[in-house]
Each structure stands twice: as structure tokens, then as C-alpha cells.
Design a protein around this ligand. Structure first.
Ligand code: MG
Length: 341
């Protein structure tokens, strides 16, 4: 093999217990891949998602099976990424780690940041939202005050207590707020919630209905006063055309689709279908967040706060300045470990 691969599982405690419509977690186990070639160390990250049957163990096992697909000239990073994708079904988080690392490697060998390889202007970076999980009203008020540096918030809502939860946030701030229901609602109640949220100055609603409710999404889109964004309903570029009837925009995540190569296809397909684009993330370190941030200038909305939810990010990524990720001049992802192991 031309590149050498190392795999490391990271235990990442969260700053706060994280609750969304699907459940609660207090820490995350992600997998860091390092590719070494000619003295260059490149990194990618897998943030496994239980919704897709992934864990640090399934990712580690998949990476072992995918490693032979890296054989070849790493300058052909796109070809290698396609080969990785074809080598196994599913396992998108593992594939994302390799695709991100291949892009980091190419950028580092060229000595240019990833956004420059993609021809993007970092001055076009949208504001990123800061996410607030479901909690009791007093804790929500505290989280809103901790989120003071971030000019846009994203609030998670569940099946129950929608007005209490959102009301606690609204009572604590007049900032623009986005809402994510993570599939928790049914069509009629979703419309009632969204009409009420529109009156509360909400910007958009993410995944109000279960991903599989295609007819419900079409019904809701015709009536919703707020833009609806598909998250769980979107995995790959091939999903995008049928989502245009049920949503106004899509939330692209490298971990869902398998990396930068597929994320770019999704974004181009969404634009061709007249859809808005959000770039989002899982709970990830600065490695995964940086990979998504380099695509940021292509988005209408950004939700790249995954590393800010960690007790400590083991990587030195890009700072958020006045609500915008400021990409530096560092080559590739522009991210290095905080402490050398
Ligand atoms: Mg979401």
C-alpha cells in the first residue's frame, strides 16, 4: 500500500448531557484515522451514528476491510475515495474518515488549505448555529446564556413539551433560532407547532416528520409558513430529487454521506433541484468539523458546532469568530492535535 493507515478510538466526554428526540448521551466514541505518506500525516474522523447501526467497533472493523482500497497513487484521491465507497455497502462514517483523510493528505502535500483546492472563498462563510439539546426550562436558560458568543441558536424539540421547551429558550434570548424535531412529529401536529414557532421568530424547522413519511412531507411543505429542511431523510445525492417536493432545503453531513466527495455531489444536486443547503455535523472533534467547514462557503446555513459540545476538543481546529468559523491558511484541513501523543 502506498499510504500507511493508523486507527484510534477516542473517548469524548460531552460538556452537557445531550438529549434529542431519539435519546440522551453523555459521551461519544469517535474514530480517528491517520494516513501517513512521505513524512506527511493526514487525518480523518468517523463519528458513528446509532441510527445507522454504527459504533466505534463497526467503524474499526470496516476500516480494516476498506484499507486495501487505498492502494494506489494518493494524488488520485477522488478515484481512491470512489474505490473505498464501492468496497463495502453502508459504513458511511468509516468511509467519511478515509475520504476526509485523503483530502487532508492532498492539501498537505500541495501546501494549500482544502477550501483553496475546492476554489472557495472563505469570506463567504455563513454564520454557524450553536445547538441546544432538550432540557428542563432552568437548564435551557443556562445553556442559552452559555451560548452568548453565538448569534444563531438551534434548539432541539421532541414529541412532548414543545411550547414549554421553546418558550424557555425564547424567554432567555431574542436571537434568531432554528428548530430541529428529529422526526418527532406527525403531520397535523407538526403544522400546528410550526405555525406557533413561526410566530416566535423561528428561522426554519429541520426534519419535523419521520424520514419515511414522504406523503406527509409533501402535505406539510404546501402548508408550512417556515422553510423545512431534510436531515434524517437525506443520505446521498440520489435522495435529493425526491426530497424537493417535501422540503425547502437539505442538511448535508459528511458522516451521513461518506465524506467530502459525496457531499459536493449532494450540494450540486440540491442546487439543481432548487433546494437550499445546510451543512451540519454530528458530535465530532475539530477534525470532522474542519472538513465540513471547508465546504461552508457553499451553504446557506451552517450548523457546525459538534466540537463545541465536547468537554475538551483534542484537536486545534478553526476558531469561531463573531459566529463564523474562520478558516486559516494551514494546509489540508488546517487541524493538528492539541497535545502530541
Ligand atoms: Mg438534524
Amino acid at each position: 500500500m502506498s499510504v500507511q493507515m493508523d486507527v484510534r478510538v477516542l473517548e469524548l466526554p460531552l460538556r452537557h448531557a445531550w438529549t434529542i428526540a431519539r435519546g440522551t448521551s453523555t459521551s461519544k466514541r469517535n474514530v480517528i484515522v491517520e494516513l501517513r505518506e512521505a513524512g506527511v500525516v493526514a487525518r480523518g474522523e468517523a463519528a458513528p451514528n446509532v441510527r445507522y447501526g454504527e459504533s466505534a467497533e463497526t467503524v474499526t472493523e470496516a476500516l480494516g476491510k476498506l484499507a486495501p482500497a487505498l492502494e494506489g497513487d494518493p494524488w488520485h484521491f477522488r478515484v481512491l475515495s470512489e474505490r473505498v465507497d464501492a468496497a463495502l455497502p453502508g459504513n458511511h462514517a468509516a468511509k467519511a474518515a478515509l475520504d476526509i483523510a485523503l483530502h487532508d493528505l492532498a492539501g498537505k502535500r500541495l501546501g494549500v488549505p482544502l477550501y483553496r483546492m475546492l476554489g472557495l472563498d472563505p469570506a463567504n462563510m455563513p454564520l454557524t448555529s450553536f445547538s441546544i439539546g432538550i432540557d428542563d426550562p432552568a437548564t435551557l436558560a443556562r445553556k442559552v446564556s452559555e451560548a452568548e458568543p453565538y448569534p444563531v441558536l438551534k434548539v432541539k424539540l421532541g414529541a412532548k413539551d414543545v411550547r414549554e421547551t421553546f418558550g424557555a429558550v425564547r424567554a432567555a434570548t431574542s436571537k434568531p433560532v432554528r428548530v430541529d424535531a428529529n422526526e418527532a412529529w406527525k403531520p397535523e401536529e407538526a403544522l400546528a407547532h410550526i405555525e406557533w414557532l413561526a410566530a416566535q421568530g423561528v428561522e426554519l424547522v429541520e426534519q419535523p416528520l419521520p424520514a419515511a413519511d414522504v406523503e406527509g412531507a409533501k402535505w406539510l411543505r404546501q402548508r408550512s409558513p417556515l422553510p423545512l429542511v431534510a436531515d434524517e431523510a437525506l443520505m446521498m445525492a440520489s435522495d435529493v430529487p425526491r426530497l424537493a417536493e417535501g422540503y425547502h432545503g437539505i442538511n448535508v453531513k459528511l458522516q451521513k454521506c461518506g465524506g467530502i466527495r459525496e457531499a459536493l455531489r449532494i450540494i450540486e444536486t440540491a442546487r439543481a433541484c432548487g433546494l437550499k443547503v445546510m451543512i451540519g455535523c454530528m458530535v465530532e472533534t475539530g477534525v470532522g468539523i474542519a472538513a465540513a467547514a471547508h465546504l461552508g462557503p457553499l451553504a446557506d446555513w451552517l450548523d457546525l458546532d459538534g466540537n463545541l459540545l465536547l468537554s475538551a476538543d483534542p484537536f486545534q481546529g478553526h476558531p469561531v469568530v463573531d459566529g463564523r468559523i474562520r478558516l486559516g491558511e494551514g494546509p489540508g484541513l488546517g487541524v493538528e492535535p492539541r497535545l502530541r501523543p
